[in-house]
Design a protein around this ligand. Structure first.
Ligand SMILES: *Cc1c(COP(=O)(O)O)cnc(C)c1O
Length: 275
């Protein structure tokens, strides 16, 4: 709800990066993402709004001739983003200085925003998500990809609040990444609700998302927020939280990804997310 296109936590992660880019006189933002990346869509919209040029380096060379079918990439191009498709192999080298230097040779100088918008300035922006009014909550729940947003929450929460991250990915690297950005170790992860890994879904999750929307009028995406809310409801059913616990669940956005997810679900013959 924070912005029509720069959705949820991506707005927070971009805020100080945009300021820094303008301070350094950059005219171009360059960033990285997958085919359905919320961050690619958000960066494209934010760049346009701030009068900056934007380049999206996209994982998957095969998308070169298929991006017209992809709602996220289509949106990015409409915002004026220039897309550059690279192989999965090249994409893996995206943090290497040599790869970045090659991109600079090709496109000229740019302000580099890492994949997912995740850096120290992004954490700073995410430290502004909680307000004084949120001090009444006992538990704060947040979905995590790179963990940058969660680190911002950890840094700005009250010491009495219990902080629970819900990883949307499988794997243990996340704890280390959160530790890099968080100023204390008083937090936990619920690792049972990733549904097999990043962007993996099953029918139960889609049904949950549709049911949740019918009951609450709150739309959820299948990559991040749907998995977190599924997890929270399961934990409540299992009496994980003491009675009368006040839980704050942070909806991090991501709704632009529903159209792309629905196209994939349709192809697989699975039920789709109601919109
Ligand atoms: C990118 C994204 C996340 C993950 O944020 P991190 O800071 O990388 O952990 C969570 N939810 C949504 C909707 C996102 O788009």
């Amino acid at each position: 709800m924070i912005h029509p296109f720069v959705s949820g936590n991506k707005f927070r992660k971009l805020k100080y990066n945009l300021k820094e880019a303008q301070k350094t006189g950059a005219q171009t933002l360059l960033t990285f993402g997958g085919a359905y990346s919320n961050h690619i869509a958000a960066t494209a919209a934010a760049a346009k709004e701030n009068g900056l040029h934007s380049i999206g380096v996209v994982r998957g060379e095969e998308l070169q001739c298929r991006w017209h079918d992809n709602p996220t990439l289509q949106f990015a191009v409409r915002q004026g983003m220039q897309l550059h498709f690279v192989t999965r192999h090249a994409y893996r080298t995206k943090t290497r200085p040599q790869f970045l230097a090659e991109l600079e040779n090709r496109f000229g100088p740019f302000y580099h925003i890492p994949e997912g918008g995740s850096n120290t300035l992004a954490v700073k922006g995410c430290e502004e998500i909680l307000t004084d009014a949120d001090a009444v909550f006992d538990v704060i729940c947040c979905c995590t990809g790179t963990g940058t947003t969660f680190a911002g929450i950890v840094n700005s929460a009250k010491t009495t609040q219990r902080l629970i991250g819900f990883p949307a990915l499988k794997g243990d690297f996340l704890r280390e990444d959160i530790r890099k950005f968080a100023n204390n170790g008083d937090w936990e992860l619920q690792t049972d609700f990733h549904f097999g890994g990043y962007a993996k879904v099953d029918e139960a999750l889609i049904h949950f998302i549709n049911d949740f929307k019918r009951k609450t009028d709150i739309p959820l995406d299948a990559v991040y927020t749907g998995k977190m809310f599924y997890g929270i409801m399961r934990l409540i059913e299992d009496d994980f939280f003491p009675e009368n616990t006040k839980i704050l669940a942070i909806h991090t956005g991501g709704l632009q990804g529903i159209a792309g997810m629905n196209a994939l679900l349709k192809k697989k013959g699975l039920p789709q997310i109601d919109i």
